[in-house]
Design a protein around this ligand. Structure first.
Ligand code: GLY
Ligand code: MN
Ligand code: MN
Length: 465
């Protein structure tokens, strides 16, 4: 359990949610299911992000019920000496109200007994749609006995509503405690990147056989050394041409002198993700063509950072990136001006997609690709249609989200040059991404992941050291 958070914070979040359930509303939220990996062996348990956000409770087999009047009931594993000898101490329903600040607690084994009673005379039942397998069936099973009691005067809830809506909006704006945790997560990840860069150069200088997994091991060492529970997602350590595979995982490919290494890795700390990418020369010194492309990606990131501020749109950093990258592609011959035309043409027809095919960022928080709508809620009805220049499909655009202080997002431009006729050979197989984590402020954004440098000279300096 996270012992660093005052439980009053979770109670405040539950109260804020309760106030959005409408008269007579009630919310039901399970934590994540345990997942078997293979015989007798489970994946490491991670609580559901929504559930953790409202409770700070990390045991499996737990449920939370919140009423519009502000009462919270926790269902958790009962005390059981034999199970606790095997699996660890359980909080138990007797201690839960005192420790977690909920009004009532019962054993999870009594869910079927309590839930129909709790649902009786409620107007609406809120639960997260399409996130927990079988949850809707379970809820309907509890509704059936409520309906059966109609002849005794019981009212059955008439509405089922998606709990993700209000919770996503709450989680989109990070409070001071969340921002602090995210800063600490990003600092740990930054140290891990530095450690991996230095190990690469040291091993190569010593003439050793360097593999992607060696650098993966350095990342994990640093994450755990500083208290992170686990990586926030599968670490990417991609040597040379592997960097052009967007979802590559750290594997066993050799890291060779003269190649670039792309590492996309971030730790999770107390439920919050960090997400950093650095691309560096394996031996500590960029070659000429590598440096040219690297500086272009960095310039495009600078433009995106400048566009990240309160009042701007979520898409503004992406558009700023695309402009700089596409101009660079034209200047360096990655795109043929005679074929693609002007900068505006190349952007309009998405020719840059040949070398830059992903978005420049995503929300970041408890989940690495965090929840929160990318559409501005106040402008939901403003729809415009256009034809996608590559697929020919009709796309409905709605106004992009307006950035507000406390929103957290990544800024991660890249360039991925696969071998292709018409593209200068010196750039072939170079893949570069630079990814930082930003918290939006009134006047701009705070980059919380710059504990690891991005400037090429600074990277070379730290790899010499
Ligand atoms: N590491 C996942 C991402 O960058 O989106
Ligand atoms: Mn990312
Ligand atoms: Mn990433």
């Amino acid at each position: 359990m996270d012992t660093t958070t005052p439980h009053a914070l979770y109670a405040q979040r539950r109260a804020r949610l309760a106030a959005q359930l409408g008269p007579g509303g009630m919310a039901i939220l399970p934590t994540a299911p345990e997942q078997q990996r293979n015989r007798d062996s489970d994946f490491l348990f991670r609580p559901d992000s929504y559930f953790y956000y409202l409770t700070g409770f990390t045991e499996p087999n737990a449920w939370l019920v919140i009423t519009a009047e502000g009462d919270s009931t926790l269902f958790c594993q009962p005390k059981d000496l034999e199970r606790e000898i095997w699996d660890g101490i359980r909080l138990g329903p007797e201690a839960a109200p005192q420790v977690l600040g909920v009004q009532a607690a019962h054993p999870t084994t009594e869910l079927d007994q309590h839930l129909p009673k709790l649902m009786e005379n409620r107007s609406a039942i809120w639960y997260p749609f399409a996130t927990h397998k079988g949850l809707d069936t379970r809820i309907n099973q509890w509704l059936a006995p409520v309906r059966a009691r109609a002849r005794f005067g019981a009212l059955c809830p008439e509405q089922q509503r998606d709990l993700c809506g209000p919770l996503d909006e709450m989680r989109l704006i990070k409070d001071a405690h969340e921002q602090d945790t995210m800063r600490r997560a990003a600092q740990i990840s930054a140290r891990a990147h530095i450690r991996a860069m230095q190990r690469s150069a040291t091993m190569l200088r010593a003439g050793q056989d360097v593999r992607e997994y060696h650098l993966d091991a350095e990342l994990l060492h640093e994450f755990r050394q500083y208290g992170s529970q686990y990586p926030a997602y599968g670490s990417i350590v991609a040597a040379g041409a592997n960097a052009c595979v967007l979802h590559y995982r750290a594997d066993n490919a050799p890291i060779r002198d003269g190649e670039l290494v792309l590492i996309d890795a971030g730790c999770e700390l107390d439920g919050y993700a960090s997400d950093i990418t650095r691309t560096f020369p394996a031996n500590g010194k960029f070659s000429g063509p590598q440096r040219v492309l690297y500086d272009l990606v960095l310039a495009s990131q600078d433009a995106a950072v400048a566009a990240t501020k309160a009042g701007a749109r979520f898409t503004d950093p992406h558009e700023a990136t695309v402009k700089v990258l596409t101009q660079g592609m034209l200047d360096l011959g990655l795109l043929d001006k005679n074929q693609v035309g002007t900068l505006e043409d190349a952007i309009h027809h998405r020719h840059y997609f040949a070398h830059y095919m992903h978005r420049t960022g995503h929300w970041l928080g408890m989940d690495v690709h965090d929840c929160g709508s990318y559409v501005e809620p106040s402008e939901l009805g403003q729809v415009s249609e256009r034809k996608d220049p590559l697929s020919g499909e009709t796309i409905k655009d709605r106004p992009s989200r307006i950035l507000r202080p406390g929103m957290a997002l990544t800024i991660e431009p890249g360039l991925y040059v696969r071998p292709s006729e018409g593209v200068p050979r010196e750039f072939w197989n170079i893949g570069i991404r630079i990814e930082d984590d930003a918290i939006v402020t009134e006047t701009g954004c705070e980059l919380i992941s710059r504990g690891v440098p991005v400037n090429a000279d600074e990277i070379e300096a730290l790899m010499r050291g």
